[in-house]
Design a protein around this ligand. Structure first.
Ligand code: NAD
Ligand code: UDP
Length: 311
């Protein structure tokens, strides 16, 4: 297959590109390095099937040749990064999705959208099934991400319903692993880099809010399985293992052997209090469930960060 993948320089995009390339497919990676890393493109460039286009995925792309899939993963994904790039985030998820749907239509390709558990906002239903409509502040600071992803889902399904284009939508829950940008400001990268560098771990609020953490390989396996099934509606992909941020901090301290202290900082506005996926749909549809326990995934991620921070 020949696959156009936006966000290829990012954490998830680079893992997905690698998996597809190792299977022998051709990947046209697109990225403008808004939150991506050049080292990921350097790594992918060693595969003969990889081609790179440095471009803004919010604007129409000129791509020569056939395409079997258009996969849209470009968007700043960590809260500090998207809060710094509010208009760009809105545009890549709204205008970008529209242009990429048009590209898929023109090429006779299938379309794959990387959406997010953030479409559930600060959820009042727990855990979150795909049927839950969410609890999102439409004008709060995080709305630029949440609402543009909700719009991207609506647009994707509108193209499916009116133009018959085959589509897939995944709602990704907090995913971590090697190749995350140590500076991206997400909780896993913050805690690991702080612990390894002997700096205090920054707990926002009282640390009682929860998240459920999925190792990247499990996500990529779920994505590959969904590509093989004809199912247009959103599918949650996440690991239901749920932790408070205090529990996560203690686990990172234990696994790194660090004696860094904890410091408490203000909770960001509209920070969801709890998050855990209901993965029944993915289990039934794909025969999929996450395999890597959080302890093991964190240990692998810590090993990666040790290497890039200290070698
Ligand atoms: P990331 O920041 O590492 O990667 C995103 C990539 O998109 C970066 O390489 C960035 O440079 C690129 N990009 C952003 N705007 C662009 C633009 N206008 N044009 C071209 N490239 C652009 O983040 P990630 O964790 O790899 O996330 C990838 C996708 O998955 C995003 O759409 C994100 O919303 C979604 N997602 C990720 C998670 C997670 O836990 N990692 C959770 C939910 C959803
Ligand atoms: N968080 C934290 N300390 C940090 C970074 C984040 O306590 O240094 C908290 C944040 O307030 C949120 C959770 O960890 O409740 C997950 O944050 P992240 O930015 O990783 O992703 P989110 O799930 O909010 O998109």
């Amino acid at each position: 297959m020949r696959i156009l993948l936006t966000g290829a320089a990012g954490f998830l995009g680079s893992h997905l590109a690698e998996r597809l390339l190792r299977e022998g497919h051709q990947v046209v990676g697109v990225d403008n390095f808004a939150s991506g890393q050049r080292r990921n493109i350097a790594y992918l460039s060693a595969f003969p099937g990889f081609q790179f286009l440095e471009a803004d995925a919010a604007r129409p792309l000129e791509v020569e040749g056939r395409l079997d899939w258009v996969m849209h993963f470009a968007s700043p994904a960590s809260p500090p990064r998207y809060l710094k790039l509010p208009i760009e985030t809105l545009l890549v998820n709204a205008e970008g999705t529209r242009h990429l749907l048009e590209l898929a239509l023109a090429k006779g390709a299938r379309f794959f959208l990387a959406s997010t558990s953030e479409v559930y906002g600060d959820p009042q239903v727990h855990p979150q099934p795909e049927s839950y409509w969410g609890h999102v502040n439409p004008i709060g600071p995080r709305s630029i991400y949440d609402e543009s992803k909700r719009y991207a889902e609506a647009l994707t399904l509108a193209y499916y319903r009116t133009k018959g284009i085959p589509v897939r939508i995944i709602r990704i829950f907090n995913t971590y692993g090697p190749r995350m940008d140590p500076e991206d400001g997400r909780v896993v990268t913050n805690f690991i880099t702080q612990a390894l560098q002997g700096r205090p771990l920054t707990i926002y609020g009282q640390g009682q809010q929860t998240r459920s953490f999925q190792y990247v390989d499990d996500l990529i396996e779920g994505i590959r399985r969904l590509m093989e099934v004809d199912y247009p509606e959103p599918v949650n992909l996440g690991n239901p293992e749920e932790y408070t941020m205090l529990e996560l901090a203690r686990l990172v301290l234990e696994l790194t052997g660090s004696s860094s202290p904890l410091v408490y900082e203000p909770l960001p506005q509209d920070d969801p209090k709890q998050r855990r996926p209901d993965i029944a749909r993915a289990q039934n549809l794909l025969g999929w469930r996450p395999k890597v326990p959080v302890r093991e995934g964190l240990a692998r991620t810590i090993a990666y960060f040790r290497e890039i921070l200290f070698s």
